[in-house]
Design a protein around this ligand. Sequence first.
Ligand SMILES: NC(=O)c1ccc[n+]([C@@H]2O[C@H](COP(=O)([O-])OP(=O)(O)OC[C@H]3O[C@@H](n4cnc5c(N)ncnc54)[C@H](OP(=O)(O)O)[C@@H]3O)[C@@H](O)[C@H]2O)c1
Length: 271
Amino acid sequence: MKKLNGIPMLGLGTYPLQGDDVYNAVRMAIDLGYRHIDTAQMYGNEAGVGRAIKDCGVARHELFIVTKVDPGNVSPQRFAKTVKQSISDLGGPVDLLLIHWPPSDAEFDGALDRLLAELENGNTKTIGVSNFSIKMMRHAYAYTDGKIICNQVEFHPLLDQSRILAAASELGVVLEAYSPIARGAALKPEIIQRIAASHNRPPSEIVLRWITQQGVVAIPMTTKQQNAASNLRAVDFELSAEDMKAIGSLGTAGGRTINPSWMKGRWDPTV
Ligand SMILES: NC(=O)c1ccc[n+]([C@@H]2O[C@H](COP(=O)([O-])OP(=O)(O)OC[C@H]3O[C@@H](n4cnc5c(N)ncnc54)[C@H](OP(=O)(O)O)[C@@H]3O)[C@@H](O)[C@H]2O)c1
């Protein structure tokens, strides 16, 4: 599969799966050919993901494992300690370590220093951020001398993320699309259904291809084998420029699925 900044273009999301559910989903996905798995301290499922990695029969160096530092763990007292626990649960160093949500202004640069330290000590091969606004992403990129390889953000046809995509591309930072099918909502619009029918593919493949064709990594979550296999097929066809534009026209600035209270006033301004 094509990689963007070394990240396989399609991966498996694991929130909110727990215990045997996450184990079974990750085993199933790897059996189907997935090589990129997304987890986080916040999901409470790193141990289950680690168990699946250990048992899957695919060499660890062929997998791309991503985890994220919880907002409550970015302090000097907790960052390294909790990353050590994540690494232990996941069975060894990860491929990509992200700061899950933007730290407070007071903790911002310190958290980036601690992220860099994890790169230097080998607990992760690469580093990135998640839910960072354009301004925060540019700052993180400059502060780390360009070591930030990605920004994982909500990205699907119902949310206009064109400005952050342009800003990331300018830096050479890859966007990773979370909630890429907007938890099902992005499958419903008539335009998506019509384009899906014209390609003889399910709406989910159209949405995921609209994302990946823009050079954005997608990490849909599913526990169903049929959906997991279908999602993986979303990278092997092309949408026309006309289809891309029509799907893009669905996006609005207010189309977020995930908008926690602590982000109030911290997203990119919409006008
Ligand atoms: N960085 C962050 O702050 C952040 C925030 C949210 C999520 N994430 C990550 O992004 C991942 C994905 O986001 P998400 O789980 O919020 O939303 P999502 O992937 O857009 O939607 C997941 C839902 O879509 C369904 N689905 C998946 N493939 C389908 C298909 N081919 N056809 C029909 N339905 C399908 C799944 O149900 P079935 O199981 O029935 O298929 C599930 O209910 C998460 O698991 C997590 O790893 C990160």
